[in-house]
Design a protein around this ligand. Structure first.
Ligand code: 4AD
Ligand code: MG
Length: 431
């Protein structure tokens, strides 16, 4: 007996194989039974006709409920109309477990209901497709960094220094040492590491107690961050645009069935190629005001502002050199206009908004210390970070890309909560 999985059926046409999986769906038509079986690698239609299999086997199919676990044996046939292009002419069924009545059915369910059942909902073909795309995006990014000699540096999750902003910190008591915070970013730590290994990245969960309940915000999300010594803001943008297009090309190549399942407009992915346009923040504000936005120079872009700007291009767009007061303390002052910093946010196309925040870092000791004081950050926690500006300080730059926002955009789905296996939001901690 050949035990195999659905993704390998093409190698066994005309042979008898056994698959192990779950019943996704079934229907009958007269003396014929159709079982749609999934096994984690794909879906296959299994067929049997009364009289061609033992009666006991035929009757078993009637007792099978949705999501029952089972093993099916049969002959592999080419069948273009079947999902995956093959079908199984059944000769035997072994039941592993008859499932209790399954709560997720073909009928429409509410979003909250499905999220309460996230542990089961993950089995649905749409969620399956999104998880496969997420996986490929992550692998592509890791591969991109690996191919370029970037070294993975795992940054800590428990930190004493505030990475981004004090308003969205998760805190915990840390023994006798006061408060610890869950990492909002690994950046400060990989800045230290890039002075040893030059080009580095970190990839891990990050935490923000975001009060905002939008389709772009999670309280726990995965961020991949690159940090490069002897690299300026423009050099960093080049790496970012190549990385993002590498990920887009990877899913175009490897996730066709999943993109089809999600009815993703492929042509929108095909244009994600470097170079991406760069728009100066000051110019962006003028453009936005002409389009009726109430933005004024000095503030961060709102979600609608991002949508207006991204709809003007067929690929992601960098917005560069924001006002200093709208951005984090560590960004390097722009020598050409000291009210601004050398930074860039990358806005995804099709109105999906910011997916990357990046900047050249302030490498001057005095200027960085002044910014830490201005922002009233606890100076003592940044001693080590300031040290990096004392011992061989060099120009360096980096960026952080939000994985879930990127997956939401590339998969073309509406809400970020479907782009992570178990979303964490201010209103959701279960399952
Ligand atoms: O722009 P942010 O806050 O930048 C940083 O954290 C820098 N330290 C990165 C760096 O330079 N190394 O966050 C980076 C990205 C955003 O562009 C967005 O894609 C994602 O992280 N992000 C979120 N994703 C989901 N939910 C949230 N609440 C997010 N906050 C940020
Ligand atoms: Mg940002």
């Amino acid at each position: 007996m050949i035990d195999t999985t659905i993704n390998y059926l093409k190698d066994y046409v005309g042979q008898e194989v056994r698959l192990s999986g779950w019943l996704y769906n079934k229907r009958s038509s007269g003396k014929i039974r159709f079982l749609l079986v999934r096994d984690g690698t794909g879906l296959v239609q299994c067929i049997m006709a009364k009289g061609e299999v033992p009666d006991a086997t035929f009757e078993l199919s009637d007792s099978l409920t949705q999501e029952s676990s089972l093993k099916v044996t049969g002959t592999v046939r080419v069948e273009p109309r079947s999902p995956g292009g093959f079908e199984l002419g059944l000769t035997n069924i072994e039941i592993v477990q008859i499932a209790e009545p399954y709560p997720i059915t073909k009928k429409e369910h509410g979003v909250d209901f499905l999220h309460d059942l996230r542990h089961l909902w993950l089995r649905s073909s749409r969620q399956y497709a999104i998880m496969k795309i997420r996986n490929e995006v992550i692998w592509a990014i890791r591969e991109f960094f690996y191919n370029r000699g970037f070294v993975l540096i795992d940054s800590p999750i428990l930190t004493a220094a505030i990475g981004e902003e004090s308003s969205s910190l998760f805190e915990t008591e840390y023994f006798k040492m006061g408060k610890a915070y869950l990492a909002q970013t690994g950046q400060l730590y990989i800045e230290a590491a890039c002075m040893s290994l030059r080009n580095v990245f970190c990839f891990g969960p990050t935490f923000r107690a975001e009060k905002s309940l939008t389709r772009r915000h999670l309280t726990e999300f995965w961020m991949v961050e690159g940090e490069m010594a002897y690299c300026d803001a423009e050099g960093s943008m080049k790496i970012q645009e190549e990385m993002v297009s590498y990920a887009a090309q990877a899913i175009l190549k490897k996730c066709r069935p999943e993109l089809e399942k999600l009815e993703r407009d492929i042509t929108k992915l095909e244009t994600i190629l470097p170079p991406f346009p760069r728009v100066d923040y000051g110019d962006a504000v003028k453009i936005l005001q002409e389009h009726g936005s109430s933005i004024t120079w000095g503030t961060d872009l709102g979600a609608e502002d991002e949508t207006i700007l991204s709809n003007m291009h067929d690929r992601p767009v960098f917005i560069t050199n924001y006002p200093k007061r709208a951005k984090a303390f560590y960004m390097k002052e722009n020598p050409a206009n000291t009210e601004t910093v050398l930074c860039a946010d990358l806005l995804a196309s099709e109105g999906y908004g910011e997916i990357i925040g990046g900047s050249q870092r302030e490498d001057n000791y005095d200027k960085l210390l002044a910014r830490i004081r201005e922002e009233k950050l606890p100076e003592a926690a940044y001693g080590w970070y300031l040290d990096l500006r004392k011992y061989g300080s060099v120009p360096h730059s980096g960026f952080g890309l939000g994985i879930e926002r990127t997956v939401t955009w590339l998969a073309g789905i509406h809400h970020i909560r479907e782009a992570i296996p178990f979303p964490r939001m201010i209103t959701r901690l279960y399952p």
